[in-house]
Structure formats: C-alpha cells, structure tokens
Design a protein around this ligand. Sequence first.
Ligand SMILES: [Zn+2]
Length: 126
Amino acid sequence: MSEALVTYLKARLDDEADLARRCDGDGCGRWSAHGNTVEFCEVEISGFHPAIAQHLALHDPTRVLREIEAKRRVLARHVLSPAVGDPQPPWDDRDDCQFDGAPWPCDDVLDLASPCVDHPDFPRGT
Ligand SMILES: [Zn+2]
C-alpha cells in the first residue's frame, strides 16, 4: 500500500468537510442537545434517545471541521519516505514514514484510515 491510502484519506476528509460545510448553512450556530431534542440551525428535532441526541449534537459542523483539520495536520506530518528515488533515503531499505520511521503506512496513517475501512473506495492490498 503506497500513496493510495493517503489519496483515499484525503478524499474522505474532503467529502466529510464538504458535507459539514453544507450542514452549517449560513453559519447558523452551535448544535446542542437537550434531553431527547437536538437543536440546530434554529430548528429542533425531538424524539431521540438522549444519548443519540447528544451524539448528533457532537457532530456540530464547526466541531467536525476542526477535527478534519486536525486529521489533515497529522496526515501532513506522516508522509511516505520511499526506499527508492528519495534524495534522503530511509535508514532501512524499505518504504517508511518520514515522521516516525515506521514501515509505511505507519500506525498513525492506518489509525486515521480505520474508521472508513468499509467505504467502497478503500484501497485494499495496493
Ligand atoms: Zn508516521
């Protein structure tokens, strides 16, 4: 698995950011939960189990966008240092992570990908 996983991750983060921006409308404010009700964009929807209402409110688009930016920063740090063709070859003769030296893809990149392994575009065995 080479750069396919990184390309895939960037596409998923772009998709999630696009969806979060579309859910925020015109910056309609913070999502919140009150009992079985979720309040967002001057709308209230009730009838949820309180835990589900809290879970939905936790996906406030502003918060989701901050989380996506944090994931992008992590992904930007963990880049492939190829064994071949890199002007600064890795210590060992293998593809590894330039940030932590672990075999590529490193655990941090795999952890970023782990929530979306069931997506149809997930690169398998490449
Ligand atoms: Zn790494």
